[in-house]
Design a protein around this ligand. Structure first.
Ligand code: EPU
Length: 430
């Protein structure tokens, strides 16, 4: 699909089931390269980033067997290449996990710099610092990162910035190193715990994942031969929670871990939205009058940067002035101009967006510049009067499984069409 067409406003009603977490699956699949046997992974999301990762891992010699739409058997036993330098590596951020995984397996790796959403400088110095501390030599040549080590030895590593990617990459490289590795100031996101749980189920010895100190005692072999289920995607869950609130709808979001949603749930409640938590689902229903709130993005358990863009769409219709401060990425504000085209009143000042609530948004032709900007525009399209056209859908497909179908299941009027096609011929997506 090239473009999305959304006719709003429409109240969303019903139930939606959240898929497996993109950012967990992007770590778990490369982690399987460290195994000496097959493994089974359930709840893998069907999204573009995973399809590309599979293609890269297949080119290295990994065999995948699709058990069903979301369950994969992964056989890394014949992987013989440690070189991942195809164009595919540039297409998403998670390709950086092949550094840690291949280094851990072969003691060497040659990989291309990762791509992913463009929100300013996204350095990987903390990943490199970690690999070097474990004994690897790191050279950067012609856009490739070359890693090599005669052996990897456990070390104490203090991260200068809390980094999800560096925490996971060091875990991957350290899991079969000699001795104990300690990561201090580690990231605590739920998907870090999920990746550690996967590795532990396969025979690793990782303690403290989910806290800011992770200890990894190196093991000789990761035997594999176990089954792991990827945790639900907290950002996808949050996107549907916000969409329910934005359309004054009533939606039961299923397959969630409510604890992972606490920072968002608290903000929605502060805005006068009803949020009811059950064991593995959350019901959200919207009210007519929304209160303003301030948001500051922080590493987990703080408010996630990935939710900042979708929540901004909701704040455009809250009464009063809200301030959203982005502390993780300097340029994660590309959705702002597009929302302004739809009638939002947002001013960007440095790292903050100052949002003054308006009565309603109106449909416009807008473009998603990155994945969560796309989610923000979909939410705005659901709220706005008229028919919104959203381009840049390839970004959205990177991280949301069947988003159009899931939204139409909730009653949204949403269709797809190809660039250059008459929008009157928009059809069901999928
Ligand atoms: N940073 C450094 N040096 C490093 C690594 C990071 O300075 O070596 C900085 C970054 O520039 C940023 C901060 O540290 O300012 C945090 O970056 P982090 O490494 O945590 O982010 P990431 O690993 O590149 C992952 C997710 C992002 C998510 C962030 C923050 C994946 C594949 N990506 O990125 O997800 O926003 O953590 O939670 O896991 C998304 O799903 O839309 C997405 C962008």
């Amino acid at each position: 699909m090239d473009k999305l067409l959304i006719r709003g406003p429409k109240r969303l009603k019903g139930e939606v089931t959240v898929s497996g977490a993109k950012n967990a699956a992007l770590g778990v699949l490369p982690a399987a390269l460290l195994l000496s046997d097959v493994c089974t992974i359930e709840n893998i999301p069907n999204i573009l980033d995973i399809a590309i990762l599979r293609r890269i891992m297949e080119s290295l010699g990994t065999r995948f067997i699709d058990i069903d739409a979301n369950t994969l058997r992964v056989d890394p036993t014949n992987v013989s290449s440690y070189v991942a330098t195809s164009e595919d590596m540039h297409l998403f951020r998670g390709s950086y996990y092949l550094m840690g995984a291949l280094l851990g397996r072969f003691r060497k790796a040659v990989v291309t710099f990762p791509g992913g959403c463009n929100f300013g400088v996204r350095p990987i110095d903390q990943h490199i610092k970690g690999f070097e501390a474990l004994g690897a030599k790191v050279e950067i040549e012609h856009g490739h990162i070359k890693l090599s080590a005669s052996k990897l030895t456990g070390a104490n590593i203090y991260l200068d910035v809390v980094s999800v990617g560096a925490t996971v990459n060091i875990m991957l490289a350290a899991v079969k190193a000699e001795g104990v590795t300690t990561i201090e100031n580690a990231a605590k996101e739920p998907h870090i715990v999920d990746i550690a749980n996967f590795l532990n189920a396969m025979g690793a010895d990782i303690k403290g994942a989910g806290t800011d100190i992770i200890r990894i005692r190196g093991v000789k072999e990761l035997k594999g031969n176990a089954v792991h289920s990827i945790i639900p995607d907290q950002i996808e869950a949050g996107t549907y929670m916000i969409a329910a609130a934005a359309t004054k709808g009533d939606v039961l979001v299923k397959n969630v871990i409510p604890k992972h949603m606490e920072s968002l749930s608290a903000k929605l409640i502060e805005m006068n939205i009803k949020v009811e938590e059950y064991d593995d689902s959350i019901r959200v229903w919207g009210k007519d009058r929304l209160n303003r709130v301030n948001i500051k993005t922080l590493p987990y358990p703080g408010f996630p940067t990935d939710m900042q863009q979708p929540l901004t769409s909701l704040l455009t219709i809250a009464s009063g002035t809200s301030v959203v401060t982005e502390t993780i990425y300097e340029r994660r504000f590309k959705h702002v101009d597009e929302l302004c085209q739809m009638g939002a009143d947002i001013k960007q000042e440095g790292q903050s967006a100052i949002i003054t609530g308006v009565d309603r948004l109106t449909a416009a032709r807008v473009t998603a510049s990155d994945l969560r900007a796309g989610a923000a525009l979909i939410i705005a399209g659901l709220m706005a009067r008229g028919t919104t056209e959203i381009g840049g859908v390839e970004h959205i497909e990177r991280g949301y499984e069947n988003i159009a179908a899931k939204l139409s299941g909730l009653g949204a009027t949403i269709g797809c069409f190809e660039e250059g096609e008459d929008t009157a011929y928009a059809r069901a997506c999928g």
